[in-house]
Design a protein around this ligand. Structure first.
Ligand code: RNT
Ligand code: ZN
Length: 423
């Protein structure tokens, strides 16, 4: 344990006093943090593998590197891994599933024929653990996506297959939302694009808009399912042209009243995903975030407490947007323990949110309004040294979750007893 024998009580009391000098109510911040649910992405647990066993390569520019042993090979193993991670993350959260994680028994079910029944195991499990579920159609790792084209494909029969898959997935999302009493966000991301110079940029985009309209044609109760669309700048194999670009989906989401999914790894490296939040929320009711970390060509490194993450957390909190933003994680790293990867990412995000909630925002905002830009900058820098760690430890202790680095011991134990015994 990294906290003292008094369970960190003294450190916490000191911290509260220090924050009070800045006009910050620590208890109120903790209550606010406890209300945040993060959607944990199932695909970190098995390198985006899924359970269809088609033998098909991931493709679609989704590259997972690393060969750390012990990845989940079945839905039961994956659920056990998620349970282990959730015990190390304070608060109550959600799980984000892909269609390729269907449980179809011994029978292979084509993706355009998937039904809620194929996710009954996940729903029962989620209900038992009081977790909400989110969902994604899987437009990759499939023979009909092998050429990198799905909803914008020039072949109408291929397009239709993927439209039917998308429509089937919305119904599954709605069933999940209804069963669990919390709206499922069903997010559409497709890989379609071109490695090299693209002459016809118009055709695929018009086809995509039409295909999406067909997927979304059936009205669903928004208390059960909410639709999101996710764009991207480029992928491996779609370097020169991505059909579903940011502008494409921004326009689509606004005109069709969908959630826009902002994946923090999907923009130019000098662009700020955080700055987009207040911009798009002027025209959209709600958005979805895929919190990720871009490193050079890869958009999906494990989330850490980077400046970029802190900027996102600040925007959510300063702008009072938490009730209009659904927060999911999206990364995949096969070079470290996969349960630890979830825990690192989720704890980093929660810590960044806590830091934002403990910021003396009112004070800074007042200085800004008064035009005292000198004090705004000086105070902003000084408050960075306030004892966030003591408050975080207190939050973890009161939520029954290990503090500091102690959680890693629990992962190591799980690795020894469970993960390392997998073939
Ligand atoms: C890919 C998108 C997408 C995927 C998941 C697996 O670039 O970020 O969200 O990561 O659907
Ligand atoms: Zn994403």
């Amino acid at each position: 344990m990294t906290i003292s024998s008094d369970g960190g009580d003294r450190a916490y009391a000191c911290a509260c006093e220090q924050y009070a000098h800045w006009g910050v109510d620590v208890e109120a911040a903790i209550t606010r943090l406890a209300a945040v649910s993060i959607s944990l992405h199932c695909w970190q647990g098995d390198d985006v593998g899924g359970f269809e066993n088609t033998g098909e390569a991931l493709g679609a520019g989704l590259a997972v590197t690393g060969a750390y042993p012990g990845k989940a090979r079945s839905a039961d193993e994956l659920r056990s891994d998620v349970e282990t991670a959730l015990k190390l993350i304070p608060g109550s959260h959600r799980l984000n599933l892909h269609a390729s994680y269907a449980e179809t028994g011994k029978r292979a079910v084509p993706r355009d024929a998937l039904e809620p029944a194929h996710f009954q195991g996940w729903m029962d499990w989620a209900k038992f653990h009081r977790l909400g579920l989110d969902f994604n159609p899987t437009f990759f790792a499939h023979p009909l996506a092998a050429d990198g084209w799905t909803l914008a494909h020039s072949d109408p029969s291929v397009r239709q297959f993927w439209i039917d898959h998308g429509a089937a997935c919305r119904k599954i999302g709605a069933a999940m939302g209804q069963a669990l009493g919390t709206a499922c966000v069903t997010n559409v991301w497709i890989p379609d694009g071109s490695k090299d110079v693209r002459i016809d940029r118009r055709g695929p985009r018009e086809r995509l808009a039409q295909a999406l309209d067909q997927i979304f044609a059936a009205p669903l109760d928004p208390r059960h399912n909410k639709d999101a669309v996710e764009g991207k700048l480029f992928g491996i194999g779609s370097e020169s042209y991505v059909v579903g670009s940011h502008e494409f989906y921004l326009g689509y989401a606004i005109t069709r009243k969908k959630l826009l999914c902002i994946d923090s790894g999907h923009y130019h490296p000098t662009e700020s995903p955080a700055d987009k939040i207040s911009a798009v929320l002027c025209s959209l009711e709600e958005i979805l975030l895929h919190v990720s970390r871009g490193v050079r060509w890869d958009s999906d490194h494990v989330v850490i407490q980077s400046d970029e993450l802190q900027a996102i957390a600040h925007e959510l909190v300063r702008g009072d947007y938490l009730d209009r933003v659904r927060i999911g994680l999206d990364f995949f790293d096969a070079s470290i323990n996969r349960v630890a990867a979830w825990v690192v990412g989720a704890r980093a995000l929660l810590k960044a949110l806590l830091a934002a909630m403990l910021e003396p925002t009112l004070m800074l905002r007042t200085l800004e309004a008064q035009g005292d830009l000198t004090a705004r900058l000086a105070y902003l820098e000084e408050q960075k040294a306030l004892p966030l760690g003591a408050v975080w430890d207190h939050y973890c202790v009161t939520r029954g979750v290990p503090t500091g680095r102690a959680w890693l011991e629990r992962v190591r134990m799980y690795e020894r007893e469970v993960q390392s015994r997998r073939g």
